[in-house]
Design a protein around this ligand. Structure first.
Ligand code: UDP
Length: 329
């Protein structure tokens, strides 16, 4: 019998790519999404159950109906700036919502959860690359909400035997290589889609947030990892929990850093367009460099990024955005 996996936020960016990967590995992904940021069209790899993680009655109904073997939990708000202005929204949805979900899991005897965590939980790291044991000192409510859940998950493991794997994403980017799903945020704040829009003349220019960082070209460095590679890591994480049942944490990045200027250059090469640039001030709270040490995921999840070369990330993202995303579908 197919394994059923409940995917909260399954109509979102990383969630929808993960549902596709689950379907390809012969599981039944059930997307649970309130469609605040998710797209109905993105949930095409299994049933879509409309619902909010704060609604425990609705969650119970869905657990009763599908009796999932495991949960992959993406549903969360993820705008750093907004989390500073409105932390209540982040603690309510991300933290209280996750507790709600965990309580539903307890009531229905579901004992495995894969959790979307973030490199923002490390704050301003003392050392690059960032390994799993680096100190976690988040500097905004979004990062704190994710770290709180990592801690709550450890307590739920000790007390109730719910096993978890926390996956800390670095910069998720790119789109499904088959072009069926992709990134479609409203509002969009991420670098690659904004640079692509500037290349396509859909926005006036891209503003570089800071050109005076202590990096080779003065712009901030990030570890961009293809969303399809992240999706694959989730399938592997479920397998690992099934196999050895031990809770764990993994940093998911490539180990290679790319600067803002290198991203712009790559978009120019792929689009064959010039990207108009404005040099601006640093964005508050942005560290100069965030690069993962992915060795633990390589070793214990046997995870090998296959689509995370810069040309593939930018190429797949460009094709998706050029085609208009879900609006062009
Ligand atoms: N960035 C930029 N201009 C923009 C958006 C982002 O220069 O309009 C920079 C940002 O300061 C960071 C990098 O691009 O150094 C990646 O930002 P993004 O928001 O995509 O991801 P984050 O690293 O903040 O999660």
């Amino acid at each position: 019998m197919k394994s059923t996996i409940l995917v909260t936020g399954g109509a979102g960016y990383i969630g929808s790519h993960t549902c596709k990967a689950l379907r390809d590995s012969d599981c039944l992904p059930v997307a649970y999404d309130n469609l605040v940021y998710g797209h109905r069209e993105a949930a095409q790899w299994g049933p879509l159950e409309y619902g909010d993680i704060l609604d425990h009655a609705r969650l119970d109904q869905v657990f009763r109906l599908y009796q999932p073997e495991a949960v992959i939990h993406f549903a969360a708000y993820a705008y750093v700036g907004e989390s500073v202005v409105d932390p209540g929204k982040y603690y309510q949805n991300n933290v209280a919502g996750t507790i709600n979900l965990l309580e539903s899991m307890r009531r229905h005897g579901c004992r495995m959860i894969i959790f979307s965590s973030t490199c923002a939980s490390f704050g301003l790291p003392k050392m690059i690359p960032i390994g799993e044991t680096a100190e976690q000192n988040p500097i905004n409510p979004y990062g704190r909400s994710k770290l709180m859940i990592e801690q709550i998950l450890k307590d739920y493991d000790g007390a109730y035997g719910i096993r978890h794997i926390a996956l800390r994403y670095f910069n998720a980017a790119g789109a499904d290589p088959e072009g069926v799903v992709g990134e479609d945020h409203e509002p969009e704040t991420h670098l690659i889609p904004l640079v692509i829009d500037a290349a396509l003349g859909r926005r006036e220019c891209i503003e570089i947030f800071g050109t005076d960082y202590p990096t080779p070209d003065g712009t901030a460095i990030r570890d961009y990892v293809h969303v399809t590679d992240l999706a694959d890591a989730h399938v592997r994480a479920v397998d690992k929990l099934r196999r050895d049942g031990s809770s764990d944490q993994f940093n998911l990045g490539t180990g290679t850093g790319t600067s803002v200027r290198q991203i712009i250059q790559s978009v120019e090469t792929i689009s064959r367009c010039t990207v108009p640039v404005r040099e601006g001030h640093r964005r508050p709270g942005d560290p100069p460099e965030l690069v993962a040490d992915p060795r633990k995921a390589l070793q214990f999840l046997d995870w090998r990024p296959r689509f995370s070369e810069l040309e593939t990330i930018v190429g797949t993202a460009f094709r998706w955005h050029e085609g208009g995303g879900f609006r062009g579908a």
